[in-house]
Design a binder for this molecule. Structure first.
Ligand code: NDP
Length: 246
């Protein structure tokens, strides 16, 4: 199926930033969207906005660290809209800090959300995609996995693990059933670094985002570009960064 209109797309991390912008972009272009995150008040407000503009949206309380939540997300899409065309496994956290600080809890959290969360999405969606004979998995990885910089080692590690995962899945799925897309954003103005615990690291990261970051809508358009391709065309990797990012 070409284009975005009529596709059913489940999105994790849809309560803010790139996920929210992607939901709006795809819904505006005629996709039915199923929105997952933990802040359901924000999801409900977003769904209401989409419906008010004539779109179709469902919401679900989803914590990607819980495998069953991804099963529920995929099931909700199928129940509400008959099938699932695309899973955008977008939920993510960034706890930037030097490795030497040994913030082991933050390492665990990033692995749980950024890597295990995507694996949970794959485990939930793949059987449905196989049964349908078609499906598309999109993930938001990061340019931090392409250009290694201090303070982002574990974050970048989780993103590169997902990149590796998708490339392996791609090679295992050349029967035409599954399309995989890894989107690598650079600096994007979102709430991502607002959750960094260390005030100094947080302020530095927020400054960079404010000075350099592009709008999340730019990434949403890149995701829409991958989604709109005909079934026999796979956009494997896309990098989208500020023109001024080094
Ligand atoms: P935001 O912080 O705005 O959005 C992150 C989203 O992830 C929120 O909707 C949040 O929802 C969700 N989330 C976090 N933890 C969980 C969880 N345990 N279960 C379910 N959802 C969760 O940041 P961005 O929009 O920037 O981030 C989106 C993705 O893009 C992330 O994977 C990030 O790593 C990636 N990225 C971002 C870049 C940037 O510069 N902004 C650059 C490169 C990649 P809630 O808290 O409601 O659950």
């Amino acid at each position: 199926m070409d284009g975005v209109a009529g596709k059913v797309v489940a999105i994790t991390g849809a309560s803010s930033g790139i996920g929210e912008a992607t939901a709006l972009e795809l819904a505006t272009r005629g996709a039915a969207v199923v929105l997952g995150a933990r802040r359901t008040d924000r999801l409900d407000a977003l769904a209401e906005r989409i419906r008010a503009e004539g779109g179709r949206a469902e919401t679900l309380d989803v914590d990607v660290t819980r495998r069953a939540d991804l099963d529920r997300l995929v099931s909700r899409a199928v129940e509400a809209f008959d099938h699932l065309d695309v899973l955008v496994a977008n939920a993510g956290i960034a706890r930037v800090a030097p490795v030497c600080d040994l913030d082991v809890d933050d390492w665990d959290a990033m692995i749980d959300v950024n890597l295990r969360g995507v694996l949970h999405g794959i485990a939930a969606a793949l059987p449905v995609f196989r049964e349908q004979g078609r499906g598309h998995l999109v993930t938001t990885v990061s340019t931090s996995g392409l250009k290694i910089v201090p303070t982002q080692a574990v974050y970048a590690g989780t993103k590169n693990a997902v990149r590796t995962l998708l490339e392996a899945l791609r090679q295992e799925s050349t029967d035409g059933v599954l399309r995989t897309t890894s989107i690598s954003p650079g600096f994007v103005r979102t709430e991502l670094v607002d959750h960094v615990a260390d005030p100094e690291q947080r302020a530095q990261a927020q400054k960079t985002m404010a000075e350099l970051g592009i709008a999340p809508e730019a990434v949403a358009r890149a995701i829409a570009f991958a989604v709109e391709q005909p079934d026999d065309v796979e956009i494997g990797e896309l990098t989208i960064r500020p023109t001024t990012q080094n």
